[in-house]
Design a protein around this ligand. Structure first.
Ligand code: PEP
Ligand code: MN
Length: 271
């Protein structure tokens, strides 16, 4: 199983990673407030979009470079590792200067020229599954990056489009163990985009961990009703604290289980 090291953080090992933050970076104060809170709650990584791939061209498109400056400032103050989306090869150099991890979103999973360029970079990548991609297409997209030499790839299951309308997408939990087994790469679950509903983020977070995810990515906003994007699926700060409590208990349980399993293997080998 590949482990990805980013500073002191190891992804894909025993410790699960919590990635939290707003859908979009809306301003300095908004981002700093969220960053301080998620750091205080134990998150290791801060997410936040500066370049947003919105379904409608009339929706908020992100703050662009100004958003990146805020992200860097939040990282410097809190020590959080940052991840932000890149949509075009032309943005790669600038975004790489300001963020630790490059996110390729669902809409760009099939953008092979972008994947190839990122494959040539020395930068960790969070590759999200397209809502229209089979598991095989997702794995092949990751190979576009790996083939060029960049081995620091994390896969993110963020839900796929199905006939159901109760959720924004359908979280494909079965993809988690399959992706892990077939790729050996760390897998992150994004219950926010997978459901589109803040009221079911908690159970889907726990389900993702039980399915074997190496971490989760959660959208958080101090005032979801006023969010400029994805407010319906964003947790407010009190609900994020509640989620973290249950997340920590489950992580502890899973870690103990891992320890027992490792001990049994050692015992089995010795007998
Ligand atoms: C996001 O993470 O902000 C995002 C746009 O997600 P996705 O690409 O999965 O829709
Ligand atoms: Mn979003």
């Amino acid at each position: 199983m590949a482990e990805i090291k980013i500073g002191d953080l190891v992804i894909g090992g025993r410790q699960k990673v919590m990635i939290a933050g707003p859908c979009s970076i809306e301003g300095r104060d908004q981002l700093l407030e969220i960053a301080r809170e998620v750091k205080a709650q134990g998150a290791q990584m801060l997410r936040g979009g500066a370049y947003k791939p919105r379904t409608s061209p009339h929706s908020f498109q992100g703050l662009g470079p100004q958003g990146l400056f805020h992200l860097k400032e939040a990282a410097e103050e809190t020590g959080l590792i940052t991840v932000t989306e890149v949509m075009e090869p032309e943005e790669l150099d600038l975004i790489s200067k300001y963020a630790d991890v490059l996110q390729v979103g669902a809409r760009n999973m099939f953008n092979y020229p972008l994947l190839k360029r990122i494959g040539k970079m020395d930068k960790p990548v969070l590759l999200k599954r397209s809502f229209m991609a089979t598991i095989e297409e997702f794995l092949l997209a990751s190979e576009y990056i790996l083939k060029e030499g960049n081995r620091r790839v994390m896969l993110c299951e963020r839900g796929i489009r199905t006939f159901d309308t109760m959720t924004r997408n359908t979280l494909d939990l079965a993809s988690v163990p399959i992706l892990k087994k077939m790729s050996g790469l760390p897998v992150i679950v994004d219950p926010s985009h997978a459901t589109g509903r803040s009221d079911i983020i908690l159970p889907m977070t726990l389900a993702g961990l039980i399915a074997g995810a190496d971490g989760v990515m959660i959208e958080v906003h101090p005032n979801p009703k006023k969010a400029l994007s994805d407010g319906l699926q964003s947790l407010d700060l009190p609900h994020f604290r509640e989620l973290i409590d249950e997340y920590n208990s489950l992580c502890k349980y899973l870690d103990n289980r891992e320890e027992h399993r490792a001990m049994n293997i050692v015992r089995g080998a010795a007998s």
